[in-house]
Design a protein around this ligand. Structure first.
Ligand SMILES: [Zn+2]
Length: 262
């Protein structure tokens, strides 16, 4: 594969798999949101090069909610202005065409929904919302942001006075909706991985489940991933380029009604 870039044959092969799939899903990671200006926290320019990951652990949050929220508030300023990019939009389009049945994501930015994706499983939660750790009441993040900006740090629950926590999965917490994601993976005969290096578990089990059940695996990622060896197609280029080309190809194949079966 090497420096394959957006190889036309790879795109064709991926399109062919998706068009012929009975139940295809997408699995996405930070790499799909980098074109939206959201840094990959694990990448070379990532957040964890500047901050200790300890700040994003549940223990740190429980012990230092004030420091945690001051850090989180700063991080949110980038995320809240971010807009979905062409990769998110192409994926939403594939869902509306019925080609992709669901998106399982490791991202917490909410950009899939903003792009129009309907069936989204957020394994690591969402930063669009916070929940009270005492009573579980949920608050939209803009309400929480206003509390912080008016000096209430950490922000507190209006009902019970409990501390609010972002509805994201912190280090040391279990992922969300994993059973539902696994069930979806088990009934899928294709998975389109976009922008994940597939190093974070249990999330990275999703493509493995599809493969184990005899399904096809397509990986779109700039860098080599941990699971390249299980992929039927590896597309090593920008998520936006690859997804635009893939969508074009699928639309073209459907128009012609000529799908190449292998
Ligand atoms: Zn409460």
């Amino acid at each position: 594969m090497g420096e394959a870039g957006c190889d036309v044959r790879d795109i064709e092969e991926a399109a062919n798999i998706l068009v012929n799939a009975r139940h295809a899903i997408a699995f996405t990671g930070a790499g799909i949101s980098t074109e939206s200006g959201i840094p990959d926290f694990r990448g070379p320019q990532g957040l964890w090069k500047q901050y200790s990951p300890e700040i994003a652990t549940i223990d740190y949050f429980l012990q230092h909610p004030k420091e945690f929220w001051l850090f989180y508030r700063m991080r949110m300023s980038t995320l809240f202005t971010a807009k979905p990019n062409r990769a998110h939009r192409a994926l939403a389009e594939l869902e509306s065409m019925g080609v992709i049945k669901a998106v399982i994501t490791q991202n917490v930015d909410g950009l899939h929904q903003a792009a129009g994706s309907k069936n989204v499983i957020e394994l690591h939660g969402t930063m669009r919302r916070a929940v009270c750790i005492a009573c579980g009441r949920a608050y939209p993040m803009d309400v929480v942001t206003r509390k912080i900006d008016s000096g209430q740090v950490p922000p507190l629950c209006d009902e019970c006075g409990g501390v609010l926590k972002p509805d994201t999965v912190l280090f040391g917490e279990p992922v969300k909706d994993f059973d539902r994601a696994r069930e979806l993976a088990m009934i899928s005969d294709a998975v389109l991985v976009v922008g994940s290096s597939l190093t974070v578990y249990p999330a990275a089990y999703i493509p493995l489940f599809v493969k184990e059940m005899g399904g096809k695996v397509i990986i779109i990622n700039m860098e080599p991933t941990e699971l390249d060896y299980i992929a039927d197609v590896n597309i090593r280029c920008k998520a936006g380029d690859a997804m635009e080309k893939l969508l074009e190809k699928i639309i073209e194949m459907r128009k012609q009604g000529t799908t190449v079966t292998q």
